[in-house]
Design a binder for this molecule. Structure first.
Ligand code: HEM
Length: 269
């Protein structure tokens, strides 16, 4: 957060030692030491995980990835992949806590397919209702609320002239809640996601992972992770919302609740 605020408030080069830049350097050092710790741990104890694979991989000339390359990849996984998916899980559990009939239907699907077992990757591909729950949650609460693009040429959109080079802000948040695209847009209704409905949606009416060449590279990983976590968690626990049911969201690169979303955890019997 400090880093993002620092970015807009202080555009001086990185090596100018302003207090903000010193804090940023320290924060980067802290993050790097966490990442190097993970890499060194895996180098000592390889397992079946993405860091161990990066450590083992070689190109055609037999050259492996350098420690710095692996650091950069792990940093991307941590920063682009962690908060976004964590937010998707927060919003989904927040919505489920307020929609008992959706939770009930989801539990019936999990029970039918998994019977209390933890899900495998194969299992989560066959949980269609869970898929629609996550989709619908990211429609109402896209973890990344907006993206920006630069116009490569002059254009006209809805009567407005867009000059070449203009920066355009495109908001998932607004588009996903547009009543001309979604019936009763403020309602959390996973069952709106039928094949027919998806086919009738205009392109880019739903884009939690953005679109085009800079679309999220982790979209499938994120969906898989979110579904595995939810299927595991919900079979064992019911989460009861105890904090304020109106989320006070702060939009930066992601959209996150200003205050913690508190849940009471009840073990299912
Ligand atoms: C629910 C979870 C996630 C959401 C909502 C999300 C959303 C996005 C969005 C909207 C963008 C595009 C930004 C733009 O167009 O300007 C993006 C880019 C990216 N995401 Fe994700 N993401 C998620 C999870 C992940 C995960 C798990 C990873 C890594 C495993 C990841 C890695 C990346 C990377 C590397 C980019 C930059 C791609 C590029 O610029 O070419 N994301 N993400």
């Amino acid at each position: 957060m400090d880093y993002q605020e620092g970015l807009s408030a202080d555009m001086l080069p990185l090596d100018v030692p302003t207090p903000g830049k010193i804090r940023l350097r320290r924060a980067v050092d802290d993050l790097e030491s966490v990442v190097y710790r993970i890499i060194d741990e895996r180098a000592r104890n390889p397992g079946d995980d993405v860091v161990s694979r990066m450590l083992a991989v070689e190109d055609e000339s037999g050259e492996g990835m350098s420690r710095e390359q692996i650091r950069d990849e792990v940093m991307t996984l941590l920063l682009a992949g962690h908060e976004t998916t964590a937010l998707a899980l927060t919003f989904t559990t927040f919505l489920l806590a307020q929609h008992p009939s959706v939770e009930e239907r989801l539990l019936a699907e999990l029970d039918d397919h998994l019977g209390g077992d933890p899900p495998t990757v194969e299992d989560v591909r066959n949980l269609p209702y869970l898929e629609t729950v996550v989709k619908e949650s990211m429609r109402l609460y896209p973890p990344v609320p907006g993206i920006v693009r630069e116009a490569t040429g002059t254009d006209e959109i809805a009567g407005y002239t867009i000059p070449e080079g203009a920066t355009l802000s495109i908001n998932q948040w607004t588009v996903h809640r547009d009543p001309s695209l979604y019936d009763d847009p403020m309602a959390f209704r996973p069952d709106r996601w039928t094949d027919e409905m998806e086919q009738s949606l205009p392109r880019l009416a739903y884009f939690p992972f953005s679109a085009g060449p800079r679309r999220c590279v982790g979209d499938r990983f994120a969906m898989l992770e979110a579904k595995v976590v939810l299927a595991t968690l919900l079979q064992r626990y019911h989460l009861e919302l105890v904090s304020d049911p109106s989320l006070d969201l702060v939009a930066t690169i992601t959209s996150r609740p200003r205050n913690p979303v508190l849940m009471r955890v009840h073990e299912r019997t």
